[in-house]
Design a binder for this molecule. Structure first.
Ligand code: GLA
Length: 497
């Protein structure tokens, strides 16, 4: 929701393009306090906007419960639109009205009035992060974690019943047996803290321990979400100042995986403090004695790939949030590339969760998505509705030959070599073979040729297999050629004699 903390200048270009021409209206300039509906835990939603309008342009800062972001936008007449980060759509649209602003933010209505001092968002006392040391590895995630996460499709519309039915479907669809074992609850599960400071779930999750027991009874594992800041990106209470207590609570519930999302930590800490802040939770998780996969989410800031393993993490996001589009998916792939040297058993670069099956890419594009995640040894966290998968989605997510490339025990992360519109990715495998992917970035089908000599195989080609066609193929004269559709992929496993 709020990778907004990482403001993007490209957003300005997109945002301006949305409003055709300047008009004349009242100004949006001001220091505004906006109030909206309620979070799922009953707390009121509040936002502070500091906006300055110059002509038809607006610039400013938005302080949300989940963190701050810079915004850019435009005004036409009384209507304004604001973008915060590299998204094509403004996340705030509204109108100047008498005495204030009416706006919707991520679809939720707010009314803004001139802010007074009493409106300021609560900022807790600063807690200095600990000095650095290395957290011992937890021995988990020897191969990239696989499972399902609620965020991409459900966002805040996630509850106990949905998680249970999703767990059922992970079993009946064959996802669990294919290796997808983590069922991860993302943001918006949080309630408020009780008198002793224990974080409770909100009404959507009446009994987290009972839910964990249910998920475990299906041979699956349960994941949860929090932030090192005082609030999650969605504005819910988070772990700041309660690291040991929350880690114990999660362990007592039977949690097996924690996604720990920077969000409002950015209002208290600087990028240079990412490592000690994340180390604090690494220590707290280790102290519980429960095996809990530790997943960092800070959008790739501060070269996380270089220190993520030292805070005890098993994976770390290398990118901003994915959405269900070719552009977003490929943008994340580009950001994953420089992190290649740092992937390996127990610690993985995470270009975000899968969008396969969510309906806005073609099947060719989804095959490319799955192939690139497998080639780059990325975690495979499905983000679709597993209860209602089409056969085409199943054939992609459940392609065991492609999953085996992702899960190869050597744990190497492929890097690309570009040749015109074709991009070739090569991943060395534990058995001495290689996985080769050729992605067609162009808008027309293209002929791809894979030369055995370029693959750094230990010997001549013994056998080769097209992992999407599920068919053996022949290298003749040391090469194999095939037509790759626009945005499609050729994915081979090549074995040496
Ligand atoms: C951030 C993360 C997302 C998701 C949302 C939840 O934007 O990057 O993956 O967890 O927060 O609010």
């Amino acid at each position: 929701m709020l990778a907004a903390v990482v403001a993007s200048t490209t957003a300005l270009l997109f945002c301006v393009a949305l409003v055709a021409a300047p008009g004349y209206g009242q100004s949006v300039t001001g220091h505004w306090a906006a109030r909206g509906g309620k979070l799922d835990n009953g707390e009121a939603k509040k936002v502070i906007l500091d906006l300055t309008q110059t002509g038809s342009d607006v610039k400013g800062k938005i302080a949300m419960m989940g963190g701050d972001t810079d915004v850019n936008g435009t005004v036409k007449g009384s209507h304004f639109e604001l973008c915060g980060f590299g998204d094509k759509k403004p996340f705030i649209v509204g109108d100047v009205v008498s005495g204030g602003l009416h706006l919707t933010m991520w679809g939720d209505p707010y009314v803004a009035k001139p802010a007074t001092q009493a409106d300021a968002l609560h900022k807790p006392r600063y807690i200095a992060p600990p000095s650095l040391h290395e957290v011992a590895g937890n021995g988990l995630a020897k191969t990239p974690p696989m499972g399902w996460n609620s965020w991409n499709l459900f966002e805040s519309k996630i509850d106990d019943q949905t998680v249970r039915t999703m767990a059922d479907a992970m079993v009946s669809s064959g996802m669990r047996d294919a290796g997808y074992i983590y069922v991860n609850i993302d943001d918006t599960w949080e309630g408020v803290r009780d008198a002793k400071g224990n974080l409770r779930p909100n009404h959507k999750f009446p009994d987290m321990k009972a839910l964990a027991d249910y998920v475990h009874s299906k041979g699956l594992k349960l994941g949860i979400y929090s932030s090192p800041g005082p609030r999650t990106c969605g504005g819910y209470p988070a772990t700041y100042g309660h690291e040991t207590q929350d880690a114990k609570t999660f362990a007592a519930w039977g949690i097996d995986y924690l996604k720990y999302d920077w969000c409002s930590a950015g209002t208290l800490y600087k990028t240079e403090q990412l490592q000690p802040v994340y180390q604090k939770m690494g220590d707290a998780l280790e102290a519980t004695g429960r095996p809990i996969v530790y997943s960092l989410c800070e959008y790739g800031m501060g070269n996380v790939e270089k220190w993520g393993a030292k805070v005890g993490a098993n994976l770390w996001r290398t990118t901003g949030d994915i959405n269900d589009s070719w552009e977003s998916m490929m943008r994340n792939v580009v950001q994953q590339v420089p992190t290649a040297p740092y992937a390996g058993p127990g610690h993985w670069n995470d270009p975000d969760m899968l969008e396969i099956g969510n309906g806005h890419m073609t099947d060719d594009e989804y095959r490319t998505h799955m192939s690139l995640w497998a080639l780059t040894s990325a975690p495979l966290l499905a983000g679709n509705d597993v209860r209602t998968m089409t056969d085409a989605t199943k054939a992609i997510l459940l392609n065991k030959e492609v999953i085996a490339i992702d899960q190869d025990p050597l744990g190497k992360q492929a890097s690309p070599v570009k040749n015109g519109e074709l991009e070739m990715w090569t991943k060395p495998l534990a058995d001495g073979g290689v996985a080769v992917g050729v992605v067609n970035l162009g808008s027309a089908a293209a002929q791809a040729t894979v030369n055995a000599s370029g693959l750094q195989l230990g010997g001549a080609v013994k056998s080769a297999r097209d992992l999407w066609a599920h068919a053996d193929v022949e290298f003749t004269g040391g090469a194999y050629s095939a037509t790759v559709p626009s945005h499609g992929v050729l994915l081979l496993k090549v074995s040496a004699k």
